[in-house]
Ligand binder design. Sequence first.
Ligand code: HEC
Length: 168
Amino acid sequence: MRIAPLALLVLTVAVSGVAAAQQVGDADAGIRVYKEFGACWDCHGWSGLGGLPHVGGDNDGMDVGPPLVSAKLDRAAMIEMVSCGRPDGFHPPFAVGAWTEARKCYGKTAKDLGEAQAPAAPPNRLTEGQIANVVAWVIDVLQGKSMTKANCLRYFGVAQSIVCDVFP
Ligand code: HEC
């Protein structure tokens, strides 16, 4: 039957559409990933304004992350960035199995890149769910936004704080 390949293609597109929709995570669950499991704050700042250079030490300035408030990536691209880093970049590839056949990055494996170019292993691996959650936090609270008192209290998990009083 000649129509079969087309039907299969339509089915594949429909199924991957569902998968993409499921990747919208839970921002509140993402806070713990941002603070603990991924330590995103260490490089991007707790409020997403970017990291401060580490003065001294053997990785002087190397793990400074850019501000997330001005990130231009959409959700899918941000998930790939957090999961995989970028070839030759300093971003930890957080996804379990990143850059392997089981979890290709940008359609590639470490072998395709040449091992030297693939980002180094991260301190911690994150599940796809944890990555979706932390990306939800970044998109909902940081990207293109200014910090608010309510979101500051939410992040620190407290009812009040002089740190948060400076925000509107
Ligand atoms: C070791 C430091 C470090 C850690 C930890 C880190 N990042 Fe990054 N991040 C970077 C650097 C450096 C870049 C720029 C990378 C590049 O362009 O190759 C970046 C880029 C990004 C970008 C893309 C920004 C843009 O404008 O394109 C996003 C989104 C991001 N990181 C989110 C996260 C999240 C979420 C976490 C925690 C799960 C995290 N990062 C943990 C260092 C870090």
